[in-house]
Design a protein around this ligand. Structure first.
Ligand code: TNX
Length: 533
């Protein structure tokens, strides 16, 4: 009898043990200080409680602020899609009741003059994002998003309440320019693909997308006064595919979408070299007055606009004017790299004139580091990619620097010898090489005060579609976001790689085809979550 009972008891207990885990759910840790947020925030103070986000949760927005309202819509849509909860949005002038989320702007805090500062405070009663500006508020939302399980990125997965760890995150970036570049000239990428890239930048609080719109292989932006640029110059790409181009409406749509995500579009028209697509479309831009053939290879440095023809400056004026008219951002990038077929004096003369044209349309000039040879000053921006001497010369002339060191920041470099996509001229760039560097210590005589920020370019000689883009930018992109955002004294590869490893589920939930670097401890985020009944 006794034995029978014992046997029965063991069976029952076994059943409970077997079935109990299926009633449990994995939730983010209740310790906010152990988070996976990228870029790493300035300060995190955990209070070890839990906020329950459920069907009764609404978002309250400080009244009368349209952009804040748009932020609320961004957050609400994400939460609604993932949970099916209603998540209403209301305007208010005071702190809302328990169980809600509150988005508000506070007086600029001392030491935080930028609009990018935010404080995310989560108590058991309320989630509050208080920021100095609307962009800061949006960044607070991205942090909140990363504190939630990655299922939040997927439609209709979670019907259970979502739990958030309590505590306070206070955060603002080191640099105001945190960007990536997409080369839409070597291969063309359509509006939808560009929008996905904008989404990825937004998740990591980046705020610039530089579009390399023209090169030898293709002209990708409609210019009404020079229509052959796109009809002929846009008709192919590397490898001989059909190419394509953005109509002005397409470009405006990209600008609009980017703006909604607090991302500035920086248009680049590369000149006087890298111009074969234009030279093949208009004979008068060539010194010999003859059109060139379209080009579908990947060599550089063989083309140049004829710098002593006046019609070339009329062309540059029209192009800069038409693009500036539809570009709200303050910068116009004139390229200026690898003009190996332009004599040095002609090059300097050309850049000086292009610079004046850019200024006449109210824009600030950015150029690749070679433009430091021209007559530039504190109104200009030099994008360092290859020659430290050029960058230093730019700083001596008063210009600010965007850091895009090809040895660390070129997302078109192969990860290692087994990577199929990408180039190798600047060396292999594993995920640690991409992360372990600091803008302010890279070049001896360039300090943080000279630096506008960081940009990681993706050149597209070998990159044909969005899948290829994703493979090369992930997982390097989040690292660049952190290099640009987080104080170097608070960064270390050993700590970062753990956080990055816990983004695996998020990449998958977003449908990103990423490179599973062996250097990163990829980890199912659920192993890191706590279980609750
Ligand atoms: C150099 S970076 C270039 C581009 C190429 C790239 C490939 C720069 C300013 N010029 O024309 O696409 O290398 O990595």
């Amino acid at each position: 009898m006794k034995m029978k009972f014992l046997f029965f008891a063991i069976l029952t207990l076994g059943g409970v043990l077997l079935f109990a885990p299926s009633c449990k759910k994995a939730y983010p840790t209740t310790d906010m200080s152990i988070n996976s947020v990228i870029p790493r925030p300035d300060s995190v103070a955990a209070t070890s409680g839990t906020f329950v986000l459920d069907d009764g949760t609404s978002i309250y927005v400080q009244s009368g602020n349209e952009r804040l309202m748009k932020n609320a819509i961004f957050l609400a849509e994400m939460l609604r899609n993932a949970t099916g909860f209603e998540i209403e949005i209301n305007e208010t002038n005071r702190k809302p009741r328990e169980g809600n989320i509150f988005l508000t702007i506070v007086e600029e805090k001392e030491n935080n003059p930028s609009n990018e500062f935010y404080e995310l405070s989560i108590t058991e009663k309320l989630v509050t994002i208080a920021s100095s500006g609307e962009e800061g508020n949006f960044y607070g939302i991205q942090t909140l998003r990363q504190l939630l399980p990655s299922n939040i990125e997927t439609e209709g997965i979670f019907e259970e309440p979502l739990l958030l760890p309590t505590g306070t995150i206070i955060d603002s970036p080191q640099y105001g320019y945190r960007g990536a570049m997409l080369d839409v000239a070597r291969h063309f990428f359509d509006v939808e693909s560009v929008k996905r890239v904008v989404d990825y930048l937004a998740l990591y609080k980046m705020n610039v997308l530089h579009l390399h719109l023209t090169d030898d292989q293709g002209w990708r932006i409609e210019i009404e006064s020079w229509p052959n640029l796109t009809s002929h110059g846009g008709s192919t790409e590397v490898g001989g595919g059909e190419g394509g181009y953005f109509s002005k409406e397409d470009y405006k749509e990209i600008v609009r979408y980017a703006e909604e995500h607090y991302i500035m579009i920086v248009p680049e028209v590369d000149m006087p070299g890298h111009t074969n697509a234009a030279l093949a479309s208009y004979p008068e831009l060539n010194c010999d007055g003859k059109v060139t053939e379209l080009y579908t290879g990947i060599k550089v440095g063989f083309s140049t606009l004829c710098t002593d023809k006046e019609v070339v400056y009329e062309f540059v004026d029209d192009v800069v004017r038409e693009i500036s008219e539809i570009t709200p951002g303050r910068y116009f990038h004139i390229g200026g790299d690898e003009s190996h077929s332009t004599k040095q004096d002609d090059y300097v003369y050309f850049v000086n004139r292009a610079r004046e044209i850019v200024k006449s349309y109210g824009k600030q000039m950015i150029g690749w580091d070679e433009v430091a040879h021209a007559d530039i000053n504190s109104e200009d921006v030099v994008q360092f990619w290859a020659r430290e001497k050029n960058a230093s010369m730019g700083v001596k002339k008063g210009a600010s620097i965007i850091m895009s060191p090809s040895k660390h920041a070129y997302m078109d470099m192969k990860y290692d010898s087994t990577t199929v996509l990408g180039l190798t001229w600047a060396g292999f760039t594993e995920v640690d090489d991409a992360y372990i560097w600091s803008p302010d210590t890279l070049i001896d005589d360039i300090n943080s005060k000279d630096i506008l920020g960081v940009e990681a370019p993706l050149w597209s000689e070998t990159v044909e579609d969005l899948d290829d883009v994703e493979f090369l930018i992930f997982p390097r992109l989040p690292g660049y976001a952190e290099v640009a955002w987080t104080d170097p004294s608070k960064r270390s590869w050993d700590e970062y790689k753990e956080r990055l490893g816990r983004h695996e589920n998020r990449f998958k939930a977003l449908g990103i085809d990423f490179y599973q670097s062996p250097l990163v401890p990829w980890q199912d985020e659920h192993d890191f979550f706590v279980e609750k009944e």
